[in-house]
Design a protein around this ligand. Structure first.
Ligand SMILES: NC(=O)c1ccc[n+]([C@@H]2O[C@H](COP(=O)([O-])OP(=O)(O)OC[C@H]3O[C@@H](n4cnc5c(N)ncnc54)[C@H](OP(=O)(O)O)[C@@H]3O)[C@@H](O)[C@H]2O)c1
Length: 244
């Protein structure tokens, strides 16, 4: 897929991986719209990258998401690409016997349900374009879990399965469906944990190369090795990721 001259909405585009997508896609002459909850982060991104447009929105709040969709329909009806990148990760144990109900709802909603809803709402617009794409950012942890974040792993596994089935449904349309599967990447989300993290620059470079080559399942960096070795040495790979 050609990634120049496109109109692209990036959820969570004001920091980390999303901000790097924004930077690298601007360099390829695309027009970028970002959204996120924190207005200061959105304003800072626009100060650094004046060509972007932004919309403050918690995608997990249905009313706010509907307003984002109306904003895009009104001001960016030429949208070609939706990058579902927003995400959170909570680390806790179900053995701590306080209630985790709110945390479960929040993480499943932000990482999976709300992104499926956003796709549902924006698909009519994308289907009108000559060439369009949905890019979903999942995780290596969608395939091999770590013990400290069971709901995160479940939310990413759900989004990965959704992405694969959606691809089947859209295969005879102009909308291509891509999945980016990052390993551990050096961002705010992973601050203070893990070693040998992939840089956002390298991750996004690989992701964009994958999209340009129409590689629908982009296993970035170490994700490639983990997916391959999981088939040969499942016990070792599960043990390696378990405490990651
Ligand atoms: N870093 C890693 O090692 C890693 C590995 C695999 C997958 N991933 C995935 O990559 C994506 C980006 O993560 P990151 O590492 O770049 O984390 P990050 O730096 O914490 O960025 C997350 C972004 O998502 C936005 N966001 C979170 N909840 C939102 C909501 N409800 N509505 C709108 N925006 C929301 C945040 O903005 P606000 O806070 O302003 O809302 C922020 O811009 C996530 O989906 C993550 O699960 C990351």
């Amino acid at each position: 897929m050609d990634l120049t001259g496109k109109k692209i909405l990036i959820t969570g585009g004001s920091s980390g991986i999303g901000l790097e997508f924004t930077r690298q896609l601007i360099k390829r002459s695309n027009k970028i719209v970002i959204c996120g909850r924190d207005l200061d982060k959105l304003k800072k991104a626009q100060k650094d990258l004046p060509s972007i447009d932004y919309f403050q929105c918690d995608i997990a709040d249905d009313e706010q998401q509907q307003k984002l969709v109306e904003f895009v329909q009104t001001h960016h009806s030429d949208l070609n690409v939706l990058i579902n990148n927003a995400g959170i990760q909570k680390n806790y144990s179900f053995t701590q016997l306080e209630s985790h109900i709110d945390l479960i709802d929040e993480e499943m909603n932000i990482n999976a349900t709300s992104q499926m809803k956003l796709i549902d709402r924006l698909l009519p617009l994308l289907l009108q374009q000559h060439e369009a794409a949905i890019v979903n950012v999942t995780s290596l942890l969608a395939a091999v879990p770590k013990q400290s974040a069971p709901v995160y792993c479940a939310s990413k596994a759900a989004f990965r399965m959704f992405t694969q089935a959606l691809r089947y449904q859209l295969e005879s349309t102009p909308v291509k469906v891509f999945e980016v599967v990052p390993p551990l990447v050096d961002t705010e989300m992973t601050k203070g944990r893990g070693k040998n993290k992939m840089s956002v620059n390298e991750l996004v470079k690989e992701a964009l190369q994958g999209i340009e080559m129409d590689n629908s399942d982009i296993l970035a960096g170490k994700s490639k090795n983990v997916f391959f070795l999981k088939r040969l040495f499942p016990k070792r790979i599960y043990a390696m990721i378990r405490n990651g």
